[in-house]
Write a protein that binds this ligand. Structure first.
Ligand code: ADP
Ligand code: MG
Length: 684
């Protein structure tokens, strides 16, 4: 029996393996099964070129679990190894500066394992003893058994073995007995080995017989050796892609469409990406793109390999050229990875533009689901932005779709303001802003639906990039002022009438938490609503942005929502109300107003006398007189206000008009709503 020391420069690599690779113990199975597959494929290649002339026979890789002996065995019928090869490939593992390296990458287990060909040695993460029983395909090569107990000393001797190939027997240690569980192994095989190119058998197929589950004679094969992406696109039908999607993500809705990736130069990459149907945010992150290397599952975190906005897609990418075993930061700077990312972006853009050109109806039908991907891409990738300008769509409230160019043409005539800007009107909620949409449409304007998660950002980007385009929400002003063509008609009321209307309505405004109202008067059309609520576009965007970003912007978030309560002075109800108020209050108001006026003129006189004087030069008597006059004015103004207030509170119409406007904006709630209902009934 030969004995020796494993050729690592580090004193003892095993404690290091156990220590640093702790979190990822399960990958031992992936490594050992991959080795078995490699050995099998090597044999197939040798047979194909005529170097191996024997029978290939059954090449199935078999995983065996023995709970009593506490072993897991991975057996293949591949090339096997001669004693000499074990010495070369197993004993003398190329490993220099091991500790330094491990220290550097201790948080990146993938890097350690792959980089230094530690694949086989990962078995020591779970086993206290590992046996290799192997017989080379080479004629007359005796079988060899190699054993090692997780220290640098190994033993090697000749043995008896039926047939060619390699059995790796792992004697699972105490801490890792979880790997003696059938379900655990089954799940690992499903995770890592699902699409490996050689059949992998784990136990026997089971079937239900006489109400009992019994084993059959047939092998239970764990993998699909010819996954869809290994076929040529020409061989595949749409149904095959749908089928494969269900295989990948069993519980999900059918995808919108797929993109088959297939390149040989300057790198190898195959795969299929799907645009999924997204129903909620949770869906977005549940299913992910899976990354394979020659059909071995590597990871489902593809950040760095795939442009960020495309990580929302589903599917698989298989490339032996992605340096999988390096750190993420390295990945992002790797030039072939950059090329791959560019290739994927281009393919995705090509595909979208293709469908758009060939089948616009289908594209429009799927737009609502596609929108988030396309907008995300436009916002985060300049190259994609340029491409997407041709097929990104806008949708209006009538469900019609337009490209950006088409829309510009549509509204060019009618929606230019006096500063020559194109105003794109939009709604963020068709139901809530129904009234405003109707008004805008009646005026001949078009209204877009912008209710997507990224629309706010998309709007910002369009305003910034496209010349002279501004988005304005339909409820951000009265319809005549949404697109300012010329100066709005002035309100034909005198000062006292203005004060009367404003004060009457102000006095009946509800007090709401974090909501302010400013009463304004406008001469709108007599057919517009008598009272309207609008919210300034700029203020609303600031608030929206602050809720999204927090931090610096949270100042705006703290501010109350500010709405305009617009009184339409041309509306018959408002005209009637003003007349009614005048007929009831004029008698009392007129003398008060006259008195205020006379005091004001006295004060003006006094001010004129002392004009241009510094504070200390004004006589004390004049100062105290001015103060007296101001006090009188204040008192009279209050008296007047009190009259208006009392009038307003006794006039049910005022509250009713305000409530109707609130109701139209979804702002009437709770007690206020109940009061409104009661008042409405009373008024009937
Ligand atoms: P890698 O697979 O990256 O070469 P491993 O540590 O996984 O590194 O394996 C080291 C070498 O041992 C392989 O390259 C191969 O030559 C040999 N080997 C491992 N497992 C087998 C096997 N099941 N059959 C034949 N040779 C094997
Ligand atoms: Mg390997």
């Amino acid at each position: 029996m030969a004995k020796g020391t494993i050729g690592v420069t580090s004193d003892n690599i095993f404690p290091v393996i156990k220590k640093f690779l702790y979190s990822d113990h399960e990958i031992f199975l992936r490594e050992l099964v991959s080795n078995a597959i490699d050995a099998t494929q090597k044999l197939k290649t040798l047979a194909a070129v005529g170097e191996f002339k024997g029978e290939l026979g059954d090449l199935t890789v078999r995983i065996d679990l023995n709970k009593k002996k506490k072993t897991v065995t991975i057996a293949d019928r591949g090339v096997g190894m001669t004693a000499d090869e074990i010495d070369r490939y197993i004993n003398q593992i190329a490993f220099s500066g091991a500790e330094e390296f491990l220290e550097k990458y201790k948080n990146d287990t993938q890097a350690i394992i792959g980089h230094f060909g530690l694949g086989f040695y990962s078995s020591f993460m779970v086993a206290e003893k590992v046996e290799i029983r192997t017989k080379s395909y080479k004629e007359d090569a005796p079988a060899t058994v190699w054993t090692c107990k997780g220290d640098p000393v190994y033993a090697m001797e000749e043995t008896q073995k039926d047939g060619r190939g390699t059995d790796i027997v792992l004697h699972i240690d105490k801490e890792n007995e979880e790997f003696l569980d059938e379900t655990r192994i089954e799940n690992l095989l499903k995770k890592y080995c699902r699409f490996l190119p050689i059949e992998i058998a784990f136990g026997k197929q089971k079937e239900w017989k006489d109400g009992k589950e019994t084993e059959t004679e047939k092998d239970r094969i764990m993998n699909n050796t010819h996954p869809l992406w290994t076929h040529k696109p020409a061989e595949l039908k749409e149904e095959d892609y749908q089928q494969f999607y269900r295989e990948l993500y069993p519980m999900s809705d059918d995808p919108l469409f797929h993109i088959h990736l297939n390149v040989d130069y300057p790198f190898h990459l195959t795969g299929v990406l799907y645009f999924p149907k997204i129903k909620s945010n949770i869906d977005l992150h549940r299913n992910r793109i899976q990354l394979y290397s020659n059909q071995v599952f590597v990871t489902d975190s593809v950040e760095g390999v795939v442009p960020e906005y495309l990580t929302l897609l589903h599917g698989v990418i298989d490339s032996p050229d992605i340096p999988l075993n390096v750190s993420r930061s390295y990945l992002q700077s790797d030039s072939s990875v950059k090329k791959i990312a560019n290739y994927i972006t281009k393919k995705v853009a090509d595909q979208l533009s293709d469908i758009f050109k060939k089948d616009r109806a289908q594209f429009e039908e799927k737009w609502d689901d596609l929108k988030i991907f396309i907008q995300y891409g436009m916002l985060s990738d300049e190259k994609f932005y340029e491409r997407a300008l041709k097929f990104a769509l806008l949708k209006n409230v009538d469900g019609k779709y337009f490209t950006l160019d088409e829309y510009k043409t549509l509204v060019k005539e009618n929606q230019k303001d006096k500063e020559n800007r194109l105003i794109y009107l939009y709604t963020s909620n068709k139901e809530e802003q129904y009234g405003y949409i109707e008004q805008a449409k009646n005026k001949g304007y078009d209204v877009l639906v912008m209710d997507g998660q990224l629309d706010v950002h998309f709007i910002g980007q369009q305003e910034q990039k496209a010349d002279k385009i501004q988005f304005v929400r339909v409820d951000s002003d009265t319809v005549d002022k949404l697109i300012r063509k010329d100066d709005a008609p002035t309100v034909a009321l005198n000062d006292e009438q203005r004060t009367a209307l404003s004060t009457v309505f102000e006095s009946q405004l509800p007090t709401m938490d974090k909501i302010n109202f400013i009463v304004t008067l406008e001469q709108l059309s007599p057919t517009s609503n008598p009272v309207l609520i609008t919210q300034n576009e700029f203020m609303r965007r600031m608030k929206d942005m602050s809720t999204m970003q927090g931090g610096m912007m949270s100042f705006y978030g703290e501010m109350p929502d500010s709405y305009n309560l617009v009184l339409n002075t041309a509306h018959p109800l408002i005209e009637k109300l003003l007349k009614d108020e005048e007929s009831k209050l004029d008698e009392k108001i007129t003398p008060i107003a006259a008195e205020i006026k006379s005091i004001e003129s006295k004060r003006a006189e006094l001010n004129g006398k002392n004009k241009g004087k510094k504070d200390e030069e004004i006589p004390t008597a004049d100062k105290s007189e001015a103060e007296e006059l101001q006090k009188k004015i204040d008192a009279l103004t209050n008296e007047k206000k009190e009259l208006y207030r009392r009038y307003a509170s006794e006039n049910q119409q005022v509250g009713q008009l305000i409530d109707l406007a609130l109701l139209a904006n979804n702002l009437l709630k709770g007690e206020a709503l109940a009061k409104f209902v009661k008042r409405s009934v009373d008024m009937l």
